[in-house]
Write a new protein. Structure first.
Length: 66
């Protein structure tokens, strides 16, 4: 289990096939209020442990973080 405080960016990568990720949020989900950063934005320099094989189109389309 992992606690991520409200307002912190976060991302998940499973390291095994056939995994499910469950998470809870602090309030009702409102898609119009959702925001994020792109998983491969060079400003963050994240060295993901495995090849990215599945990602939502929404998560792929975030602009560069400025």
């Amino acid at each position: 289990m992992l606690y991520i405080p409200e307002g912190f960016a976060h991302g998940f990568q499973t390291l095994e096939d056939q995994c499910e990720v469950f998470y809870q949020i602090s309030c009702s989900y409102a898609p119009a209020c959702a925001a994020g950063v792109r998983w491969n934005d060079p400003i963050f320099g994240i060295d993901w442990p495995g090849k990215i094989s599945v990602i939502s189109s929404k998560d792929e389309q975030y602009p560069d973080f400025l």
